[in-house]
Write a protein that binds this ligand. Structure first.
Ligand code: ATP
Length: 461
């Protein structure tokens, strides 16, 4: 496993050799410093602030409360100094140099826009965060959201990155209004499907893309994103508090890498009427964005403000194995809950004849444009209707809020009702067994089968 911050020569003030923490350790953090830690999947540590104040990606930690962190990489930051008590083993070090001042200044600038919007003097901030993979985009989105919540705002967070889920499984795209504190132990918090929770649950608007990268099938990604933008914008206009707080949009690193990706950035900018772009950790991307969006006008006639921000030296590359294990952990948690709340999923036996399953076509836009008939033809062929088969074993399927007789575009644009796990496929008896979080009938809904998240380990014994 990589150690956070190693090889970050630019961050000269980052100090202390990473070490393995002993079972109980006290850390005295100076003002403006952070304790960075990595807990392996399957392991846990406990952290307690025993004096002073501290926060994790912007969310304040309560004094003398024991937080448990499992399989995560993060940092506890303090503005005024604090003492931390850590129990358990993890890789860790303390850093004094962080970009937190520029991040908090960005928050204050957004607050000014929110105040202006509340007073009828302009548009609320619709913020897009772009940057290379592992530049800290999601962490920055969390931090700006947490700071906004702390001053009583209700920002809408949009996840346009299907590689990781936000209050949903990977493969989905979500829009979530955040009105209450985030659950720092769980990352973002819990959704209604995760069962009862001490931290108020959030209600995500959830759509399904089912592939890891937007570039895998832009002809599916773009309309799903457009649909989500429509739902998010209408949710925004229904609620003045959310409207004045605006949106913060997280993106996958891959779209910050050049031409095809930049077209997707333009698509997001136009669909969400983005008026602020935060470019994280890349001079080149910043200059490309300046060129692309100079002179651009939003639907309300505003220009786009571009802000360049430094990447935190704490950002760590998460290797494929870590990401795979995180996905598997989030799938397990979706069906079975976690240590704090155990869930009891239901199994349902379904006849092949009662299941309506669509498989997502992975042909990207380029391939389909080479087909006879060109692009237009592909519109109605987003999915392929398939019979259940052994290839679906251990896969996750999205159950859509649509009818089995709806056309493909309607199914594509529908929101997700929930996910099922394909526990058994008996091709001889033509029966399958699925695991679902609730006992809701899934046979009167179309199910969509993508390749993301990929087939997982067996969830049932
Ligand atoms: N200051 C920090 N200290 C320690 N770890 C950090 C810090 N900032 C971010 N990280 C960790 O670094 C990893 C990458 O950060 P993050 O997920 O925010 O990047 P990203 O740009 O959103 O990545 P991706 O492009 O894969 O979506 C995460 O595990 C995150 O928790």
């Amino acid at each position: 496993m990589s150690i956070p911050g190693l090889g970050q020569a630019a961050h000269a003030a980052t100090y202390l050799t990473p070490s393995i923490a002993s079972s109980v350790a006290i850390h005295d953090l100076q003002a403006n410093s952070e304790w960075r830690f990595e807990v392996a999947i399957g392991r846990s540590i406990e952290a307690k602030v025993i004096s002073g104040t501290a926060e994790l990606f912007g969310t304040e930690l309560a004094l003398n409360h024991t937080y448990t962190f499992r399989g995560t990489k993060a940092a506890i930051f303090t503005w005024h100094g604090c003492q931390l008590e850590i129990t358990g083993t993890c890789e860790e070090y303390t850093a004094e140099e962080t970009p937190m001042v520029s991040y908090v200044n960005t928050h204050f600038a957004l607050e000014k826009l929110r105040d202006d919007a509340s007073g009828g003097r302009g548009e609320c901030p619709k913020v897009l965060v772009v940057g290379p993979t592992n530049a800290g985009k999601t962490s920055l989105v969390k931090l700006l959201t947490a700071y906004a919540i702390r001053v009583g705002r209700q920002p809408m967070v949009i996840n346009a990155d299907s590689r990781e889920g936000l209050l949903s499984l990977p493969g989905s795209l979500t829009a979530v209004p955040f009105a209450s504190v985030m659950d720092v132990e769980q990352g973002w918090g819990s959704s209604p499907t995760s069962g009862p929770s001490p931290v108020p649950v959030k209600l995500p608007l959830c759509y399904y893309y089912g592939l890891p990268s937007p570039e895998d099938n832009t002809k599916l990604y773009k309309p799903v994103l457009t649909r989500m933008a429509l739902a998010a914008t209408s949710r925004l206009s229904d609620d003045l508090d959310i409207k004045n707080s605006g949106m913060i949009i997280d993106t996958p690193g891959v779209i910050s890498q050049g031409k095809g990706g930049y077209d997707l950035i333009s698509h997001i900018v136009s669909e969400f009427s983005v008026n602020i772009i935060l470019v994280l950790g890349s001079e080149r991307l910043h200059s490309d964005m300046l060129r692309r969006f100079s002179g651009y006008r939003t639907t309300t006639g505003d220009t786009i403000t571009l802000v360049k921000l430094d990447k935190s030296g704490g950002c760590v590359d998460r290797d494929d194995e870590f990401m795979l294990q995180s996905r598997e952990a989030s799938i397990k948690e979706y069906f079975f809950g976690d240590i704090k709340r155990t869930l009891s999923p239901h199994t349902q036996q379904i006849s092949f004849d009662d299941a309506t399953i669509y498989k997502i076509r992975e042909a990207n836009a380029l391939l389909s444009s080479l087909l006879p008939g060109g692009q237009e033809d592909g519109e109605s062929e987003l999915y392929e209707k398939v019979e259940p088969s052994l290839a679906m074993l251990h896969c996750i399927l999205a159950v859509m809020y649509a009818s089995p007789v709806d056309n493909q575009e309607t199914i594509r644009d529908a929101s997700v009702m929930g996910f099922v796990y394909m526990a058994e496929v008996d091709e001889k008896k033509r029966r399958l067994k699925v695991l679902a979080p609730l006992n809701t009938r899934v046979t009167d809904r179309p199910m969509v089968w993508g390749s993301w998240p990929e087939a997982t380990m067996s969830l049932v014994g």
